[in-house]
Ligand binder design. Structure first.
Ligand code: MG
Length: 277
């Protein structure tokens, strides 16, 4: 869709942004979602979730746009979507073909870095941790309180490795330093420590923005998010929409809008304003 002479691309976080924190419903954003669809504006879901966890929602929303999964560690671009294999492989260094999608890795893929961390663990007894790669689906269900079928979707990972650390704090500091030397990072979350490559949600927004720009001309990107793990995406956008939550975010984007209402209600009102409806 043209915005003036520009092509608009919307990037959104899911939990507590497009989806209600308690009910996981996007219904309060129905009006704005319909306008995006009518104007053929791409809507990029950009989340910490895995690809199988995001596919159902994408289908439910009737989207055929790329999905940014596992905190920006890779982008899943539909093979029957807007971009050809040539356009995708010329934009991304590491592209893998899977059923229905091109997986474009922005950092080191999980299968690559699992080898590195397994080697580090075997060399240092002090690096005492267990993670998704060690656990069965049943064990993941036990660690996450997810029902089995959801745990199975969460278990199918391509970009990040959530772990529990059982070693000392000093050993963890040493482990983190070694990860950095391998271009990897460890980020503490609520339930797990997440190991991944150095990519983030903002880098994914920029790489996808370039892909659209090559095809459709000057892109204006909008990003919506509520949490510290969204800040790279909000900083990288032309228009950042902060959905209110516990921590007050102050992105450095050129234009920052603070939604007044939480979750999909704030999403709807702010997007309709931006779209001039
Ligand atoms: Mg969120």
């Amino acid at each position: 869709m043209q915005c003036g002479s520009n092509f608009l691309v919307v990037n959104t976080d899911l939990d507590a942004t497009l989806l209600d924190h308690n009910t996981y419903s996007w219904r309060p954003a129905t009006d704005a979602l319909r306008v995006l669809k009518d104007r053929k504006i791409p809507l990029i879901l950009n989340s910490s979730k895995t690809l199988p966890e995001m596919q159902d929602l994408s289908t439910e929303l009737g989207l055929h746009d790329p999905l940014v999964c596992e905190n920006g560690s890779f982008i899943a671009i539909p093979r029957e979507g807007s971009f050809s294999a040539e356009e995708i492989t010329s934009q991304f260094n590491s592209v893998e073909k899977i059923e229905g999608y091109w997986l474009c890795h922005l950092g080191v893929s999980r299968s690559q870095f699992l080898e590195t961390i397994t080697l580090l663990r075997s060399k240092h007894a002090a690096y005492d941790f267990r993670g998704y790669a060690d656990w069965s689906v049943e064990e993941v269900a036990g660690h996450t309180s997810l029902p089995l079928e959801k745990a199975a979707l969460s278990h199918q990972r391509n970009g990040t490795e959530p772990i529990h650390w059982h070693g000392t704090d000093a050993a963890f500091v040493a482990f983190k330093k070694e990860l950095q030397e391998h271009n990897l990072k460890a980020v503490s979350g609520g339930r797990f420590i997440h190991l991944s490559g150095q990519s983030n949600k903002g880098q994914a927004l920029l790489k996808l923005g370039e892909l659209y720009e090559k095809k459709y001309g000057k892109v204006v990107s909008i990003a919506l998010g509520d949490s510290p793990n969204d800040i790279s995406m909000l900083d990288a956008a032309d228009i950042a929409v902060v959905i209110p939550n516990k921590e007050k975010l102050s992105p450095t984007a050129k234009r920052v809008i603070h939604a007044k209402e939480h979750g999909p209600t704030g999403w709807n009102t702010t997007m309709l304003e931006i779209l001039g409806v």
